[in-house]
Ligand binder design. Structure first.
Ligand code: SF4
Length: 164
């Protein structure tokens, strides 16, 4: 990832440099953290940062479902019990937030809450931190990689090489 980032930086002035959403958000979060400002809500994704973007989808049978990936860790975990025929999108959003809280999906590990990188990492994606014992209250299985990556990007940012 770091090698890819170095290539990306070295070609940043080139029109051939593609936007990389993950890198863009990582740099934005580091910038906001360093400047003590909030990231605009529309720039949040479900992958990084303290706050996740609520998102759901409409299945072909009309059911409002949370992200499919949840079913990989717990069968039926993406279900909201609502559908487009009987409920509005606003109801689906409220249900999704309630269900996320009830199932502990929004919870993070105490280890992450105490981590100095939490404002940027946010404990990582919930699918990366699920475990049978503590549910979603675990550090990411990519924790070590995230630490290296964020510290490396932050050092880059602090040297003024990149301005988000
Ligand atoms: S996953 Fe690791 S790097 Fe991320 S907040 Fe948790 S302890 Fe910190």
């Amino acid at each position: 990832m770091i090698r890819a980032f170095v290539y990306w930086v070295n070609h940043i002035e080139s029109s051939q440099t593609p936007g990389i959403r993950f890198v863009d958000q990582l740099l934005q979060l580091i910038h906001c953290y360093e400047q003590d400002i909030a990231l605009p809500w529309q720039d949040y994704t479900e992958v990084l940062g303290e706050w996740t973007t609520p998102a759901f989808c409409v299945e072909t049978d009309g059911a409002f479902e949370m992200l499919d990936g949840l079913n990989k860790v717990v069968r039926g975990a993406s279900s909201t019990g609502l559908n487009v025929f009987d409920h509005t999108f606003t109801q689906a959003l409220v249900a999704m937030i309630r269900v996320s809280e009830e199932r502990g999906i929004v919870e993070c590990s105490p280890i992450c809450r105490a981590c100095d990188l939490f404002a940027v990492c946010g404990g990582a994606h919930y699918l990366e931190r699920y475990g049978p014992e503590n549910g979603y209250r675990n550090p990411s299985k990519y924790c070590g990689d995230m630490q290296v990556l964020i510290r490396w990007f932050a050092a880059f940012y602090q040297r003024g090489i990149l301005l988000a």
